[in-house]
Design a protein around this ligand. Structure first.
Ligand code: BJ8
Length: 425
């Protein structure tokens, strides 16, 4: 990345030496994972560039918004109703992190036997190598898993951290609690931005977020074709970048890419040959810059046709109805859509099994990989029920647990190859 940004990074208080070390490894990894693929869609150029400029131009843009008085919020979970941030013309940035580079720093203040996603995100703040962490006005945490819940208390010493209480069941009382939390969050946004949210502003924000969901749903629809017109790695990268980019620009670019993919489908053109093994991935989120599992699978000759994860379908499934005329109808609509998300922190969570089966069926998957980050108890525990439901439906499943390091790559590759051999023989 250009040195023209060094002054901006210095002003943001980044540790320039550590930041240089972090960025140094990325071009090589990116080239190996992405640029060496055959027959990539031309529309990926925008997303490649967006990633390349993630610590540069996009930060510059957000800083300009901030100087113009716009609120900047950092989030970590798809349950945060981003529409309220957009309703005050604020900027919402997803700060979940997926790199081993910052895990040791996170372990300085967190238990080692904690999910690497949490250690990585905290490490980014402690190491001062994430410009977004430096730019945000405040963070929005949520009471999902215990690890995250307690981490917000610690992170609050570094950045003001507001916490939303997410219920853990989906009964009427839980919906009422969640609606109350959305109102409380609305007040927080109004207080911080100095703007009132009315139904007109909220409706415009709902439409903006829905348009992005529709574009991502269209992309996922394209992945159902055989041969697949885009690799799973590229689709994952796009979802990861959705959390950073300007929503309108991102939506336009995803739609443009989809047009290219739909043309490819009409011509029968794909990134793999027709009949290549197709896998669905389900489990814990895969935040930037984590691409290990997808890379290993696709290096082995299979293709990933969907992700039932929060960096996949859980992020963009469902629409918020756009006909809510009053704030109270709109808040209800927001609450309902969010409570339909099947995170493993809910009990019971049977609708997740139904969702996985539906996605596997729609994507014509030959098998499913259940992927769980190390020390993520809720997803690890739920694996048993998912495995049972998949086996009963006659779908082979491979359960893998890993972290963000590369140390288990060879071992994972062997298991993936054995699984592919089993489902193709
Ligand atoms: S809605 S999956 S984004 S909480 S992987 S930190 S659960 S120990 S990230 Fe998540 Fe929201 Fe749920 Fe999605 Fe904890 Fe598990 Fe780590 Fe996790």
């Amino acid at each position: 990345m250009s040195n023209a940004y060094r002054e901006m990074w210095r002003d943001l208080g980044l540790d320039l030496e550590r930041h240089d070390a972090f960025l140094a490894a990325l071009p090589g990894a990116f080239s190996e994972v992405f640029l060496q693929q055959d027959n990539r869609p031309a529309g990926m150029a925008y997303f490649d560039n967006l990633l390349g400029e993630a610590h540069g131009r996009r930060v510059e843009e957000i800083l300009a918004h901030k100087r113009a008085g716009r609120l900047v919020a950092g989030t970590f979970c798809v349950f945060v109703p981003e529409e309220l941030i957009l309703a005050v013309d604020g900027v919402s940035v997803g700060l979940c992190a997926g790199t081993q580079f910052t895990v040791p720093a996170g372990e300085q203040i967190l238990p080692r036997n904690l999910c690497p996603l949490i250690k990585s995100l905290v490490g980014f703040k402690l190491e001062r190598i994430c410009p977004y962490f430096q730019v945000v006005d405040f963070l929005v945490g949520e009471t999902t898993c215990d690890g995250k819940k307690k981490t917000w208390e610690i992170l609050n010493d570094y950045v003001p951290t507001y916490v939303m209480e997410l219920p853990q069941r989906k009964e009427a009382a839980d919906l009422a609690l969640w609606e109350g939390e959305i109102y409380r969050f609305k007040e927080e946004i109004e207080r911080r931005s100095g703007q009132k949210i009315d139904s007109e502003k909220l409706n415009a924000a709902i439409k903006k977020a829905n348009a992005r969901r529709a574009a991502l749903q269209r992309l996922y629809q394209a992945r159902r074709a055989d041969p697949v017109p885009i690799s799973g790695k590229d689709a994952l990268l796009i979802s990861q970048l959705a959390f950073f980019d300007d929503p309108d620009r991102f939506t336009a670019q995803v739609n443009a890419l989809c047009e290219e993919l739909e043309d490819r489908i009409a011509r029968g053109e794909g990134v793999t040959s027709k009949g290549a093994p197709r896998l669905l991935v389900t489990g814990t989120p895969m935040p930037l810059p984590y691409w290990k599992l997808h890379h290993l699978v696709e290096k082995s000759g299979a293709v990933i046709i969907g992700e039932e994860t929060c960096t996949g379908s859980r992020y963009f499934a469902g629409m918020v109805p756009e006909d809510g005329e009053t704030l109270s109808q709109q808040v209800k609509n927001l609450a309902r859509r969010l409570l339909d998300i099947n995170c493993a922190c809910f009990t019971p969570n049977t609708s997740r099994m139904e969702d996985i089966l539906r996605l596997a069926r729609e994507g014509k998957a030959d098998g499913v990989i259940y992927y769980s980050l190390q020390f993520c108890q809720t997803y690890a525990l739920e694996a048993r029920q998912v495995e049972k439901a998949l086996r009963e439906a006659g779908l082979p499943v491979l359960c893998l647990e890993s972290d963000f390091s590369e140390k288990d790559a060879a071992q994972l590759q062997t298991r993936i190859e054995a699984f592919l051999e089993m489902i193709t023989s």
